[in-house]
Write a new protein. Structure first.
Length: 314
């Protein structure tokens, strides 16, 4: 979308003709375009950043993608991953992805600049909607990079389906702990999900009841696993649904297995209960897994392929 910069400029100029525009707010993917539009249209800008690791820092431990140490098993892979998750590498990839921006800036009569360098020099506000202390703030960030608090927008009158409410009531009646597992929009195969679920349900030291919220993929599952799932459902210990109101559901849960997205993870953390992060572990999903681990509320984040190794213990 970087080559669509003139469209952004045109739209803002039309808005300016209809009335004043006081501020441009951009997400991290459009920071460079927002800077261009801000300069052309003479309107201040600020960033609204849900992925704080995209903001550069010279601190050696500050990564654009949190690398996962595999120990001595794949040491070469660890070295490659550390190299490719640095801000130096991000800057190189970003320059290639945004190769049309220097030309666009020249066409609008603007100098070609390093946008992040200018943002730091001019102390352009970068708002991160996370509570201070969520992560270790880089030492070279100035006050214009500000952490505020988490944002939750919920309507009133939410409810759970009757069958889900009955499942929860039944589990509580038996004295079982309730755990929810969800990967949200991440495409995790049903066979992999069930492998994790069955480990927790059959091998944990105490009986739990598990709610899985997510798409039911049609990849093949063994007859043995299907029989185990059917028996657990009949016992009232396993429930599957494609959607649920997390605001209502999470209040009833004693533990969480989530994919590591900001919204779902923070919603779980608000409940002050254990949180494990697993799934595909893309971008900030690793970041939030690291937050859960560093705060002592969950294990080290692991890929869904490896989660069965720690699922029962969790």
């Amino acid at each position: 979308f970087f080559s669509s910069g003139p469209v952004f400029v045109s739209q803002l100029q039309k808005l300016q003709q209809a009335g004043s525009v006081d501020l441009i707010v951009s997400a991290f993917t459009l920071t460079s375009i927002a800077a261009l539009v801000s300069e052309v249209c003479n309107v201040p800008m600020c960033g609204f950043v849900l992925q704080p690791t995209c903001i550069p820092s010279a601190d050696p431990d500050w990564k654009c993608v949190i690398d996962i140490d595999a120990g001595n098993v794949f040491s070469l892979t660890d070295h490659v991953e550390k190299a490719f998750t640095s801000h130096r590498m991000l800057k190189a990839i970003k320059a290639r992805a945004e190769s049309s921006l220097p030309r666009l800036r020249r066409e609008f009569g603007l100098p070609v600049v390093d946008e992040w360098k200018v943002i730091f020099e001019q102390e352009v506000p970068m708002i991160i909607p996370m509570a201070p202390g969520t992560f270790s703030r880089p030492s070279d960030w100035k006050p214009h990079i500000e952490l505020t608090d988490f944002i939750f927008l919920r309507g009133s009158g939410g409810s759970l389906s009757q069958d889900l409410a009955d499942f929860i009531a039944g589990a509580k009646g038996e004295g079982w702990k309730l755990v929810v597992m969800t990967f949200s929009s991440m495409p995790v195969a049903r066979a992999k999900m069930l492998k994790c679920a069955l480990k927790m349900l059959l091998e944990a030291q105490q009986k739990i009841a598990l709610v899985y919220v997510g798409k039911k993929f049609d990849d093949p599952v063994s007859h043995k696993e299907e029989d185990q799932v059917a028996a657990l459902k009949a016992e009232g210990r396993f429930f599957e649904t494609e959607r649920a109101d997390f605001g209502m559901l999470f209040r009833e849960m004693d533990g969480f297995v989530v994919h590591g997205g900001l919204g779902t993870t923070v919603e779980a953390l608000r409940m002050h209960k254990p949180v494990a992060v697993t799934g595909l572990l893309l971008m900030d999903q690793r970041f939030w897994g690291g937050v859960c681990q560093s705060k002592g509320v969950g294990p080290e984040p692991v890929h869904v392929d490896d989660f069965p190794d720690v699922a029962a213990e969790f």
